[in-house]
Write a protein that binds this ligand. Structure first.
Ligand SMILES: *Cc1c(COP(=O)(O)O)cnc(C)c1O
Length: 436
């Protein structure tokens, strides 16, 4: 991949494993914009990761990051597949419990957890990874009143970046951001010592895990491994039972330009990466510790795609636009610095590719997906485009600014089922309350 905006392999044909004809059928039947979830893809990704962990010869855990895609249908499938869940708020915790994840297979992360949320976690025996000093006293109170000893983890950060670039401005900014962390405590710091001391002094808490999560769409395995090293060393020093290396494993389908550098980077093979982590853990004396990870994107990114129709075509002296019915309200890629791939489907297209600017339908300046995307010259109103990799960070981030949220159709074998319906006017205005 040299440029993630390129239309791709065979315009009009089967694309990245998706059946173009089937997608066109779904768009015709359910309308657009609509997400399509191929559940077999998500399950395969989960099975592959579990198999990679299983091959290490040490106990391993996968906590699926619920914020990445909270679709109950997906959560239930993952729970049934032997995954755990990583939650970062009370409502995610309740959704994970409802979906059938065993409480002991859930970890509760995040920079803010309310007293009620912490009490729920302790009552349910969900492990909390402490991220704020005030959590210690709240957890101790909750555990004492429930009459239990609560196992807790501690979030750490090493202060080194996990991405690099040929653009020195990006590198400088990444270094600054990494040292100025706010999630957890810096490895090797006095602040960390104080927090560890406070946990150990709490009679109803037991420190059994360390946790780090160092970014998303990480495509430099060597940098990630080096960054995790001080975390693993702290785990060995503290004698914890579980080392949670977080998520962030990058996927090939999307590109996050790093400043002016648009190269895809080496890419991260999860199985090879976990083998390196396992080896390093053994060297550091963590031979028997559990290795845990918290992928989101890796498991769901390309399990879902978004079907959108060309609503307007404008060829002007200085620009050529295709205006789609999917905007940033449901496809927030550009806003998160990501370039996704687009592919026309549904008919045969001209082999002649021209640069099109792709925009969403919102009456709003920034609603642009790609300024310059090589796509068939004959694309026109009514044609269908697939926006690939809509599985991660689309559904939960979507909103109803100007237009409404899209639904999700899940396919499995010959089946197609709506598993999340599109939003209606009624949904939007349900929040309105007439003053009494
Ligand atoms: C968001 C998040 C993840 C998942 O990140 P991905 O990049 O989607 O793998 C894992 N752990 C924590 C704590 C998170 O906040």
């Amino acid at each position: 991949m040299t440029d993630g905006t390129r239309g791709g392999d065979t315009p009009g044909g089967d694309t990245r494993g998706w059946d173009g004809e089937r997608l066109a059928e779904i768009a015709g039947r359910y309308g657009t914009p609509v997400h399509v979830l191929d559940i077999a893809r998500a399950e395969r990704a989960a099975d592959d990761l579990l198999a990679a962990l299983g091959g290490l010869g040490r106990p391993g855990r996968v906590y699926y990051s619920v914020k990445t895609n909270y679709l109950p249908y997906l959560l239930e499938r993952f729970a049934g597949r032997g995954l755990g869940a990583d939650v970062v708020s009370g409502y995610e915790l309740r959704a994970a419990l409802r979906a059938g994840f065993a409480p002991r297979d859930i970890v509760f992360n995040g920079p803010v957890k309310t007293e009620d949320e912490l009490a729920l976690a302790v009552r349910e025996s969900v492990r909390v990874n402490i991220d704020g000093e005030h959590e210690i006293a709240a957890l101790e109170r909750a555990a004492a009143s429930a009459g239990v000893t609560a196992e807790v983890g501690l979030r750490l950060f090493p202060g080194v970046p996990v991405a690099t670039s040929s653009d020195p401005a990006f590198v400088a900014a990444a270094e600054r951001t990494a040292v100025r962390g706010r999630f957890g405590w810096p490895t090797g710091s006095q602040e960390l010592e104080r927090v560890v001391g406070a946990i150990r002094a709490a009679p109803h808490l037991r420190l059994t895990a360390v946790h780090a999560h160092l970014g998303s769409q990480i495509v430099f395995p060597d940098l990630l491994l080096a960054a995790l090293d001080p975390v693993l060393a702290e785990a060995a020093r503290l004698g914890v039972r579980e080392v949670n290396i977080g998520g962030g494993f990058g996927v090939p389908g999307i590109l996050r330009p790093r400043g002016s550098d648009r190269s895809p980077g080496p890419g991260l093979d999860p199985a090879a990466f976990l083998t390196s982590v396992d080896k390093r853990m053994a060297e550091l004396g963590l031979a028997d510790a559990v290795v845990a990870c918290e992928p989101g994107r890796l498991l769901v990114s390309d399990a879902m795609c978004l079907l959108t129709r060309v609503m307007s075509r404008k060829e002007l002296p200085d620009s050529r636009w295709l205006i789609l019915d999917a905007g940033h309200h449901i496809a927030p890629w550009t806003g998160t610095g990501e370039v996704h791939r687009f592919q026309p489907v549904g008919r045969d297209f001209s082999p002649d590719l021209v640069p099109w600017s792709l925009a969403g339908p919102l009456c709003y300046e920034a609603d642009i997906h790609a300024p310059d995307s090589d796509l068939p010259a004959d694309l026109n109103v009514g044609d269908l485009l697939v926006m690939h990799d809509s599985g991660a960070y689309a559904l939960g981030r979507s909103n109803n600014f100007i237009r409404m949220r899209a639904g999700v159709v899940a396919i499995e074998g010959e089946r197609a089922d709506v598993v999340w319906r599109a939003e209606t006017d009624e949904d939007v205005f349900r929040f309105a309350v007439a003053p009494s």
